[in-house]
Design a protein around this ligand. Structure first.
Ligand code: ASP
Length: 517
């Protein structure tokens, strides 16, 4: 069976198995928090073992987190439009346990402190003792192994491919031309995506009048800040430190480009030696990537079981219109804008190119990470796409970090959605410009890892003076959106590689033969 069919089959099976587990097991309980009956009534929080939100979010909403010693009187579910608010009086710890078990994981709930109006905001996570957690354990274990194998390859792949790629280009004297084409493509498609996102979110207006259980506040104005930080963060203070963190890929890329470039500026003898080493290392890593490719179908299967089994489909209702807007924008960008560019600029058949790229796209979909997909992307571009090593090794690793069309349009939609909600209506022209540029820089600065886009959204929110707690709400439905926008990110990378290769005269797969004059 062809690899992409096998992956697709495993993905479908994974969704099925996940849905069954979701249906027959009970979840979720409250991970990381121990509580008991309070002597004066209500529930006492005994210990909080774990950060409940991702670090970036947590530091922003720190005052909101539940703390050891809190006395809780009510549990308030605020799942938005469909369910409205539901308040449960916590007469005992058992009531809380029962409620949490009945709830799906992911959605945000509030806990009210006894005798006050103060709320603590918490997302629900799977309890390690629930039967759902144990049913998913083996799949999670294998999925994590698979993701670790992919992560292991990221830094060595990016370094060796960019160093050899840039050194190869520099030696041929066409670094400038290829670089210009590549960056031209990145900037064009990212802005097209961001613009499309803005257009759709303005037209559909999912945030206007939405009932999200947060209090609207119309006082957001404009406060520009932080964009130059993305540029500043590109330069590593310490190379070893940058290499030690998959989230610092822009720094790794920056160093590798310079390193590759200056290889071409030294004498022939040391140049051969250094370049020879990096070329050899690159080939070894690619062989390792080939090996990991064999595991993709099984990794994808386990990832789908883990995702669907853990989250289910129930949490999506309140934010459905927002999700539809994101899906629609992704579909138009991936199904219309990029194919048009492929056909017109690259003279490549979009459909055939899409079919050739499926292993990379399906891996992106199931890992939600462009960087983790990179080994598969490189392998697919070279073996299925017949793109030269010279082009792939320059365009793909750069694209995995810098070129994120799906993320760009998602940033726009998420931010404007929250602005519409908080402001009660559409946003003005000046705010639109901030959002589009913000979305572009956020997509460049976002690491190719799951949920990076959501974390980057915080910078745009703060530049518009919007409360960041809104992003915590979007966290509940981030996973499926992340899967789809990552697929579009990788699809755009492969289209970029095709366009660059084809305009450089390479005979890649799906190239349209020129009609006779
Ligand atoms: N997960 C995305 C990626 O790796 C980034 C994002 O969160 O938007 O491409």
């Amino acid at each position: 069976m062809k690899l992409h069919w096998l992956i697709l089959l495993c993905m479908g099976l994974g969704i099925g198995v996940g849905a069954v587990i979701q249906g027959v097991t009970d979840g979720p309980g409250w991970l990381g928090v121990l509580y008991s009956d309070h002597p004066d009534g209500g529930v006492r929080v005994d210990t909080v073992k774990k950060q409940l939100l991702k670090e970036a979010l947590a530091s922003e909403v720190g005052t909101d987190k539940v703390r050891a010693g809190d006395r809780l009187s009510h549990l308030v579910f605020d799942r938005g439009v469909a369910d409205k608010e539901r308040v449960v009086e916590l007469t005992s710890a058992a009531v809380l346990t029962e409620e949490l078990r009945a709830a799906g994981p992911g959605p945000i709930a509030h806990l009210r402190l006894a005798g006050t109006d103060v709320h603590r905001r918490v997302p629900l996570e799977l309890d390690p003792n629930s039967s759902r957690k144990s049913a998913l354990a083996i799949f999670e274990f294998i999925a994590d192994l698979f993701m670790k194998l992919l992560k292991m390859l990221i830094v060595p792949l990016v370094v060796t491919s960019i160093v050899t790629g840039v050194a190869g280009l520099g030696a041929g004297g066409n670094f400038g031309r290829l670089g210009t084409k590549t960056f031209g493509y990145y900037v064009t498609t990212s802005f097209l995506a961001a613009g499309l996102g803005l257009l759709l979110v303005t037209a559909i207006a999912p945030g206007v009048g939405a009932q999200l259980g947060l209090s609207p506040q119309a006082d957001f104005g404009q406060r520009n800040e932080d964009w130059w930080l993305v540029i500043q963060r590109m330069i590593p203070e310490n190379v070893v430190g940058a290499f030690g963190d998959n989230g610092k890929m822009l720094q790794v890329i920056f160093f590798s480009i310079l390193f590759g470039f200056f290889i071409t500026r030294i004498g022939p003898e040391p140049r051969e030696r250094v370049l020879g080493f990096f070329q050899g290392a690159f080939e070894v890593i690619m062989k390792m990537a080939e090996f990991v490719m064999l595991l993709v179908p099984y990794g994808v299967f386990c990832l789908m079981v883990k995702t669907v089994g853990g989250t289910g489909f129930g949490v999506f209702k309140p934010l459905a219109l927002y999700m539809v807007t994101v899906f629609a924008a992704l579909a138009i960008h991936a199904g219309f804008t990029l194919p048009m560019l492929l056909r017109i600029v690259g003279k490549v058949s979009p459909w055939r190119w899409f079919r050739a790229m499926t292993p990379a796209l399906l891996t992106a979909f199931s890992t939600s990470s462009s960087s983790m997909t990179l080994p598969v992307t490189l392998e697919t571009l070279e073996t299925e796409g017949k793109v030269s090593n010279k082009t792939t090794s320059f365009v793909a690793p750069l694209g995995a970090t810098v070129n994120m069309d799906g993320t760009a349009l998602y940033e726009c939609i998420g931010v404007v959605f929250l602005a519409q909600f908080y402001g009660g209506g559409q946003i003005g022209l000046a705010a639109m410009v901030t959002v589009v540029f913000g979305a572009f820089f956020a997509s460049v600065g976002a690491a190719g890892i799951p949920s990076a886009g959501l974390v980057m959204m915080l910078t745009i929110l703060s530049s518009l003076n919007l409360p960041i707690e809104g992003a915590a709400l979007l966290l509940a439905v981030d996973r499926p959106l992340d899967m789809c926008r990552t697929t579009v990110n990788v699809w755009s990378d492969t289209c970029g590689a095709a366009i660059v290769a084809s305009t450089e005269g390479e005979e890649i797969t799906a190239k349209l033969t020129r009609s006779a004059p």
